[in-house]
Design a protein around this ligand. Structure first.
Ligand code: C5P
Length: 281
């Protein structure tokens, strides 16, 4: 098998409702999850031993050792096979868009291909469950309905095409801390969403939902307030935080609007990471 590259796409929680804390310490969730074109990249090459090299704009300071989710993914699949893995970290870390989980999911997919393991999506999702709440949803990279602590995922019909801008203020927010500061929550009683005929229908649906983690994350990282104000100020159809933050997103009526908004926010806030992208259908 020769070398190949996979993309680990950024995960967006279009909404995220939180329910009660379960006996295992995790909270019950409901979330509509989609992926964007913005991604990390992982390349895989045959090698006798297992190695990980990390590069890219957000690669500095990341561990290449046993505590990296990519190495953990490799060890869950096989203890005695090797691979040379290279991660190009384009997405900000600890930022609510599942970067580490998407990398882990891409490692599970890539290594099972490299090693010729007959692991289908369901098997990889089951393995991913032990590695993090967001890993199962990142295996399939299509719109999904997410429940349980994150491990129950239902594929959804494609979403309408819509432009999105991702904005991160450059502060990492630990997920556990945000859940720990949670007070108000919507609960988890929603039925599966309808099929959306247009981007307008999707936005109207999302306006009746929320990200319950936004309020606690805003207290921990007040920069999120400025980000959401900036996105709304650029005329987004919807401005919301993803996951446990601090990355926020704006949905826009057209690619031109999204590109203009991204350029304006980037120019005014040189320390922010801003990416104009698309939701993957
Ligand atoms: O599974 P993951 O490593 O992403 O979880 C990080 C932390 O976030 C957990 O230790 C837990 O405190 C919190 N969490 C939660 N409920 C979830 C997912 C995460 O309370 N459904």
């Amino acid at each position: 098998m020769s070398s190949f590259t996979l993309h680990a796409h950024a995960k967006i929680n279009l909404f995220l409702h939180v329910g009660d804390k379960r006996a295992d310490g995790f909270h019950a969730l409901q979330s509509l999850v989609a992926f964007t074109k913005a991604s990390d990249e992982l390349s895989f090459a045959p090698e006798v031993g297992l190695s990980l090299a990390i590069e890219g704009p957000f690669g500095a300071g990341l561990s290449c050792g046993e505590d990296n989710l990519i190495i953990k993914a490799a060890q869950c699949l096989s203890r005695d096979r090797g691979a040379a893995i290279r991660l190009t970290k384009n997405l900000p870390v600890a930022s609510g868009i599942g970067g580490g989980s998407a990398d882990c999911a891409a490692a599970l997919r890539g290594l099972s291909r490299l090693w010729g393991l007959a692991s289908d999506t369901a098997v990889l999702q089951k393995i991913g469950e032990s590695l993090g709440s967001d890993v199962p949803v990142c295996i399939a990279r299509q719109p999904q309905w997410m429940e349980g602590r994150g491990e129950i995922v239902t594929p959804l019909p494609g979403l309408p095409a819509i432009a999105i801008v991702l904005v991160n203020p450059g502060v990492g927010v630990p997920t556990g801390k945000v859940f720990g500061a949670l007070k108000e929550r919507r609960g988890v009683g929603l039925p599966l969403p309808p099929v959306f005929a247009s981007a307008g229908d999707l936005v109207a649906y999302l306006k009746d939902t929320s990200n319950d983690l936004e309020a606690p994350a805003r207290l921990i990282a007040p920069e999120i307030n400025s980000v959401l104000e900036a996105i709304a100020g650029e005329g987004a159809l919807l401005a919301r935080m993803s996951g446990s933050g601090a990355t926020c997103f704006g949905l826009f009526a057209s690619d031109d609007d999204a590109a203009r908004a991204a350029t304006a926010m980037e120019a005014r806030n040189p320390g922010w990471w801003v990416a104009a992208s698309h939701l993957m259908a």
